[in-house]
Design a protein around this ligand. Sequence first.
Ligand code: ARG
Ligand code: ZN
Length: 860
Amino acid sequence: QPIHLADYRPPSHLVETVALTFRLSPGATRVLSRIRFRANPAGLENGNLRLDGEGLRLISCAIDGVALTALDYLLTPEGLTVPAERLPAQSFLWEAEVEIDPAGNTALEGLYMSGGMYCTQCEAEGFRKITFYPDRPDVMAPFTVRIEGDASVLLSNGNPGASGPGWAEWHDPWPKPAYLFALVAGDLVAHRDAFTTMSGRAVDLNIWVRPGDEGKCAYAMDALKRSMRWDEEVYGREYDLDVFNIVAVDDFNMGAMENKGLNIFNSKYVLASPETATDRDYDFIESIVAHEYFHNWTGNRITCRDWFQLCLKEGLTVFRDQQFSADTRSAAVQRIEDVLQLRARQFREDAGPLAHNVRPDSYVEINNFYTATVYEKGAEVIGMLKRIVGAQEYRAALDEYFRRHDGQACTIEDWLAVFQDVTGRDLSQFKRWYTQAGTPRLTAEWQVAGDRLHLRLAQVVPPTPDQPLKEPVVIPIAMGLLAADGTELLPETHVILDSRETVLDFDLAKMAAQAGIALPDRVIPSLLRGFSAPVILDAALTRADRLVLLAHDPDPFNRWEAGRSLMRETLMGMLTGGARDPALFDALGRLLADERLDAAFRALCLALPSEDDLAQAAHDGGLVPDPTAIHATRKAFQSAMASALHGPLAALYDAKDPGPDYSPDAAQAADRALRNAALALLTRIEGPDRARAHYDAATNMTDEIAAFTALLEAGDTDVAQRFHDRWKDDRLVMDKWFMAQITHAAPDRAVATARALTDHPLFDWTNPNRFRSVIGGLTAGNPAGFHDPSGAGYAFLADWLIRLDAKNPQTAARMSTAYETWARYDADRQDMIRAELDRIAATEGLSRDLSEMVGRIRGA
Ligand code: ARG
Ligand code: ZN
């Protein structure tokens, strides 16, 4: 049964205070609640007390000290309702005792156990698995918590209160919705530090981990302190409690969770040492620590009225963590990486059956809407808003947002109203970015007419499921103009396309005179600089134009983009029998040798479009993609590139060795990225010797995994065993071992490899990280293997989804998106995928999560 945004009704009761007592026991935890309710003056018609509750054994309940009997309320598998006529009119105390089973909770939602420790995940609707409560974000209250249990560390939200052996109390003074509740209990150790806020508040910082992991917390702690400082400096936001706790858990469905004062993280995004974590892992740790910390203001102090507004906190918080990373590292490199992610995940989603608005209109299971569209496109929308109003007005609007809405549960309308009020702009058309799905297509054509340049810009938003007709959106376009020799004719300019089509007219004679060149007969527009809007740009650029942009565009994003487009066109040409273009390799060779360019930027320029990108490009071009041919063509292109660039690559390999003193800083990481990209290419044509030496010499995981994967690609049959023997006791490193073998298997061996690895004694399919390493290693990491013409990949995924769904619906549903591109492929593959989707749909007892996903993907 879908829930609709249009059906929102304010709650009939609000909560004034919550007091919870937990008596912990793995199979039978008791939860006692004392909740003071008052009637909501803005409440809806019926006035019943509606409490959500799932999987709770009700021991007793009472109102104002009078026990209720089964005749006093209606109890269903989803919750409990006390009719209005049984309720005191204004305010009353609800008390209940329930029993729950954390050890039997395999869905990892609510209170569950991971490696002997208790932990929680309540967003979005997990609190109802802990006790009866109005589990909706527009009900906010201060919480007091008492935990009784035999663990040495007992944590909850807010500030610590009294404690003794076997018990501890916590008080969170800031009103919060139940989804931000958290509890952790276990025999943990802390990596400790402290922070003084801008107004002088002393904050204790702790990262809690299992004994033995305390040496792997320093980087996350450093990232936390830098995030706290950055949010003060850039947004004027200060931390508001005496302690900030982070806990690392091994079994976690997502990356991390921003529970007030007690963030809970997938251990993969906390623990790092040079030996076990790659530069990429360090990057993720930094940005996720920042993300969860930034939620303290954008999410916690100001939360969402209902789950349709999820992008209110997620889009803004992703935007903030991307800004932080851009300030911390190279902004250009950060932007390219963010756009790579956006295109790989969000454009893919927007182009298929799962396309939905940044603010959805309806859902069956909200956990299915923690998507790239809500998060990443949601962040792009904020970026456009900032571009349109300017940095100063953006900051003024954010100040007003925090001032006006602190302590409230808000909507996108509230957010836009702040911007309208502060900037005086009408944002009603801009709002379409929140209410229309699909990636807009922007086309650009131009013409030199004497001393004028006419630039025609047009947009189309394609139809998506349930939205056949679209209105034009507001597209901010950062642009410049270059002459054919690379001279800049027009420095960066900002134009806005808000109609379906417009023609811009430029005075070419004036620009040429200013640039000191003769009137050009050819002009090269550099459009959508910095990827100023999340659209697909079709610009009428020739290969020669793109080579000029690759060599001369002052905007680093568009330089990279030009190279990327050239590579994609070349690869698409090769797929249909065309030849390679030596000019591209020459240009790349010059770029590689240009020491003025950031090494990380150069490494990005060496990376090819992914197999999935090429499949989508083929589909967009009216072809039916052949995953096997795409894989082979990409490999052939890499070999050709390695041969053509052998000299510069070998030189970089020698020059970019940062030496044995590892630091995860951007400069060193960039050198390693470039050197390891060179290694991968060189190994393709030289054979395995260089990679063997690299493997033996590696003193950090970045180099070790680079050599490992290069050797797997080269067909080395021993290296997997060596790696295994060294790392078999480290879960996070072994996740990499599982994944790499599948990702780097030949496509016709990939399913067999994945299957064999599911029989490995260390394959624990109930651990989401391990499950994702193996099943995701195939579906996302080896597309040609997943799309094997036999259909074995499709069946393998379906078997595992059905199995996992019975235990962990959330992770099963998320992995089902591997099927979302089915409509791109040939009739045989389509039939096989549809058959697997039907088989999953027909499974008895299928979760709401997975059945919604399968139905939407299938288009039923
Ligand atoms: N709010 C968390 C974050 O963005 C993610 C929580 C995901 N929860 C879920 N049920 N899907 O950091
Ligand atoms: Zn978030």
